[in-house]
Ligand binder design. Sequence first.
Ligand code: PRX
Length: 676
Amino acid sequence: MVIPGSQHIEEELFQPTEDLQREAHVPDFSTYLTLYKKSTEEPEAFWTEVAKDFFWKSPPAGDILQYNFDVTKGNIYVKFMEGAKTNMCYNVLDRNVHDKNMGDRVAFYWEGNSPDHQVSITYSQLLAQVCRCANVLKRMGVRKGDRVAIYLPMIPELVCAMLACARVGAIHSIVFAGFSSESLCERILDAQCSFLVTADGVYRGEKLINLKQIADEALERCRDRASFSVKKCIVVRHHALRMKKGAASNKLQTPWNADCDVWWDEEMESASEECEPEWLDAEEPLFILYTSGSTGKPKGVLHTTAGYMLYTALTFKYVFDYHPSDVYWCTADIGWITGHSYITYGPLANGATSVLFEGVPVHPHVGRFWEIIEKYGVTKFYTAPTAIRLLMKYGREPVQKYNLSSLRILGTVGEPINPEAWHWYHEVVGQRRCPVVDTFWQTETGGHVLTPLPAATPLKPGSATLPFFGVQPTILNEHGEELEGEAEGYLVFQKPWPGIMRTVYGNQERFENTYFKKFPGFYVTGDGCRRDKDGYYWITGRIDDMLNVSGHLMSTAEVEAALTEHAAVAEAAVVSRPHVVKGECLYCFVTLKDGREFSHTLSEELKKQVRGKIGPIATPDFIQNAPGLPKTRSGKIMRRILRQIARNEKDLGDLSTLADPKVVEVLFSQRCEAAA
Ligand code: PRX
C-alpha cells in the first residue's frame, strides 16, 4: 500500500482536517498503517488487546482465531476466542452502568414518526427494562438457544427485546417490519421460532400500519406447517399508548387470540428488574438475520457472540471516531444489519448516546433529518446514498434552514455512492468540514470491512477506500487468480475477521456453496471491485443475480417467483435499471399465459402481487409484456440482453447464441420509457 495521492493524482483527494486529527483515535495515515500491519501480522495480539476492554466470565482456552476457508480441506468454520464465556447484554449495559458508572448517560433519544413524540432512555433505565423483559421471556418458557422472532417498528421496545434475548441466550431473528406476512412466515418457519414479539400498529409517515394483523396473517399461514412452533406472541401496545388520543388512533382494530397473545406492558409490570445473564460460550449464537439469496429463498445469516461483539464495538469506535461527547445517529432500521451493528450493538458497547428514529425522511416535511440533527446536536450521522439522493431533490434550502454546525463526521452504507451525491452530502450537509466515510460491508460481514477512518484516510468520492483492521481483501479474476496492483475482478477475503458470519442457519451446505465454493480458500462477497493505483477499492456492484434497490438486496429469483404465482403469468424475468433515487429499480418482463391480455390493470395487479408477497421495498417500477424472452438454445434466459433492453442500450453485441434473435426486436419496440 502506498500513501494515497503520492503518485500522480487523477481523482480528487480530500485530506482529513487537522481539527479532527487532534483528538482522533487513529490520527493519521501512518498510524492506520501501523495498526493495520499489527492486525494482520499479529491478529492474536491485536484482538487480545481489544478484548481487554470487555467483561469475560472466563477467558479463552486456546488459540484466539481458528478457521478453515478452503472447501477442499474440509468444512468451513471460524472460531474466535473459543472457550471464553461472556454475555453481550452484560457488556453493552451492565458494564456501562456498573463498571463504568455511566448509568445516567442517555443511551437513546427516541424520536417518533411525529415530531411531537420523544422519549430519552438512560443506560440504567434500559438495563432495568431489558432485565424485566428477559424475566418475561424466561417466565414464558424462553430458554437458551430458542429462536425469538421480532417484528417491531423502530421503537425502544425493539432494542429492549433484542437485548433481552441476548441476556437469556435466546437467538433473536428480527424481521424488518416492512416485510409482508408471507416473508415473516417464511422466516419464522425457517428458524423454527417459538416466540414472536410484535406491536399493535405504527405510523410510517402518513400511513397507519396494522402490524398485529400482518403478524396474525403470518402465524395463520405458518400454523399448519410441520416446523411451526410459535407458542406465544407478545404484543407491544405502541400505537394505543404512545399516539395522542384522537380520531386517528381509534382507527386501529387489534385482532386478538387469547390462547397465544399477551400484552407486553401487562407482562412487564410484574417482572423483576434483576436478571442474571446467561453466560455463553464465545461461539454460541447471538442472532439470525435473513438476507436475500440468489435462489430466491432467504438465507439465515448466523452471527455468534464474542467476535461480533468485539468487531462491531471496534469498527464503531474507529470508523465514527467515537468520543463520549458525541450524539450519534444512524438512520437505518434495526430490521437490517446496519441497525443491528450500528444502532444497537456497536454504539451501546461504547456507551454511546444515539438517536433512534421511528419515522421517514420526508414526514411531516422534507427537512426532517436536518431538524433532528439540530434538535439533538448530532455529531456523527450515518445514512444511505438513496436517502441522500432523495433529499438532494429538494435542494439546499431545507438543509440550510437548520443549524448543522454540530456535525463532525458523515457516513454512508448500502450501495455505491455516486460522486454527485457524495459531493452534495459533503458540501451541503457537511459544509466541507466533515469527512464522508463510505463504509462497504454486508449482512454476512457483521461490520465494516472496507472503510475510511475519518482522521486518517484521504477520501476519494465513490471509493470505500481501504480495509479495516484484520481484513485482507483480494481481487480475483474469473479463473480464481489473484490480481496484484491496479485491477478489477471479484472481491474476496482470504482470512476471517471476528465479525464474519459463521453459517447459514440450519444449512451449512448452502453457506459453503454460496460463499466458498467458487474460489476455494476465499470468502466470496458477490461484489465486483476495482483497485486503483493507490490501493483504494471501488465497489462496482453485484456480480450475481442480486439487485440493490434503495440499499436493500433482493434476488431476481424471489421477485420472479412472486410474479409467476399470478394466474396470468407464464414466465417472468427481472433485471435492474438505474434509478435516480433508488440507485437500481426493478424492471420486469412477463410472458402471459395463452389467452391472457396485457393491460394497465394487470400491470398494477402484478405490482401489488409483488408488494404483497415480499413487501413494499420490492415494488416493481416497470412491467413489460414479453411475448417471448431471449433464451439460449438450451433454454437459459439471457439477462444481459434484458438488462440492455431495460436500459435502452442498443449495441447488443453477439446475438448468435439466441434460439430466436427476433424476440429482441419485439422487446425493444415495446420497452417501457417511464414508470407506468
Ligand atoms: O453490494 C454491496 C452493497 O450491499 C451489499 C450488502 O447488502 P446487505 O447485506 O443488505 O448489507 C447492507 C448494509 C451493510 C454488498 O454486497 N453495499 C453495501 N455497502 C456498500 C455497498 N456497495 C458499495 N459501497 C458500499 N459502501
